[in-house]
Each structure stands twice: as C-alpha cells, then as structure tokens.
Design a protein around this ligand. Structure first.
Ligand SMILES: Cc1cc2nc3c(=O)[nH]c(=O)nc-3n(C[C@H](O)[C@H](O)[C@H](O)COP(=O)(O)O)c2cc1C
Length: 186
C-alpha cells in the first residue's frame, strides 16, 4: 500500500494552501493518503544554543519517523515576502539537524496558491531548486494564482478548466512516479 503524506506549509487555520492541497490530493486515487496538520508539529524557533540545551523537540522526531515511512509527499506552501513562511522553514531547519535527507529521495509534488496573480511562483521556483538538497525528488510543481477567483470554496475544486487540466496532468505525473518508485523498491 502506498503511503502518501500531504501537508500545507501554512499554520493558518483558514489556509488557502490547505484547501488547494486537499482538492489536489483527492485526485491521487492512491491507497493511503494521510493529511498531516503541520501546526501540530510546531517547534520553538531553531537556535544552536537551544539545540545544545534541550536537544531536538519530540514533535520533530515524531515527524521524522512519519516521513521515513512515506512513499511520497504532496506539499502546498504559501509565499511570504517571496519566500517560504518562517513557520515551515523552522520545521525544515529542525528536521535537517537530524538528517539533511528529510524526504528520503521520495517523489515530491510542490504546490502553492495566493490571492494575488502570481500564485506563489517566486517561492516555488526557489523551492524547486532547494528541495533536492533535502532529499526530495521533485516530480511536479503547480501554482494557482488569484485563488478566490479560480477556486470554488463550496465545492473545493478549481473553477478554471484550463488550470484544472493542468493540475490533473501534474497529479498524473506524480502518481506515475509514486507507482514506479514503489515497483522499483519491491
Ligand atoms: C507576511 C506575509 C507575506 C506575504 N507575502 C506574499 C508574497 O510575497 N507573495 C504572495 O503571493 N502572497 C504573499 N502573501 C499573501 C499570502 O499569499 C496569503 O496570506 C495566503 O493566504 C497565504 O496562504 P495560506 O492561507 O495558505 O496561509 C503574504 C502574506 C503574509 C502574511
């Protein structure tokens, strides 16, 4: 059974990235899709002094174990001032102190959305080049601009047909990569 972990890099209770993520993850049609609320794994701001005094927080260790059992990751990340949110970067920093190989060379699908026209594309470009450093095999990238115009909040789907097709194609590539990776492992 394939175990896909899906999460948003936002700690907002009304996260639009979470809404996009849940909509995209429904298209996966894989055996096991596990939504993880990353805010439950929040940790104090990383500092080397704190690390020496208190060690790696338990919730970060728990997250690491969960990630080690995944066959792939779908992650929707907001853009804050052109970059990833401090909340998410902090979790990545802590995880990297256990092991730089955060994503275990598994397929990763990166998404982003924003209320503005660019849909977090600046951040996605940077993340696409950074994620391999953390052991991710980035398969698909998808950005949704103008979230409130392009997303049906009641139905939880993208309204714009062209963008919907683009998302479906990206999901298909990701699903194929997961199936291939699992076959290779067997
Ligand atoms: C501190 C801050 C900085 C932001 N910077 C950007 C930005 O650089 N580009 C952008 O498209 N949206 C930016 N936004 C708007 C976010 O895209 C918007 O808040 C979005 O809802 C965040 O995603 P979330 O709801 O999943 O947390 C910023 C928002 C905040 C709070």
């Amino acid at each position: 059974m394939k175990n896909i972990i899906v999460f948003s890099g936002s700690n907002s209770s009304n996260s639009i990235n979470k809404q996009l993520l849940l909509s995209a993850s429904k298209k996966l049609e894989l055996d096991s899709v596990q939504y993880v609320d990353l805010s439950e794994y929040d940790a104090p701001v990383f500092g080397e002094d704190l690390e020496k005094e208190a060690g790696i927080p338990t919730q970060i260790r728990d997250l690491k174990i969960m990630f080690s059992n995944a066959d792939g990751f779908m992650i929707s990340i907001p853009e804050h001032n052109g970059l990833l949110p401090a909340f998410f970067k902090n979790i990545l920093d802590w995880l990297s102190r256990i092991d730089q190989n955060i994503f275990y060379q598994k397929p990763v699908f990166l998404l982003s959305t924003s209320p503005g026209q660019y849909g977090g594309q600046s951040n996605l470009k940077i993340l696409e080049s950074l994620f391999p450093r953390w052991g991710a095999e980035v398969i698909s990238v998808f950005s949704l601009g103008n979230f409130y115009d392009n997303f049906d909040l009641e139905l939880g789907v993208i309204k714009n047909d062209e963008l919907q097709l683009k998302l479906e194609a990206a999901v298909k590539d990701f699903r194929n990569a997961i199936n291939l990776a699992v076959e290779e492992f067997i």
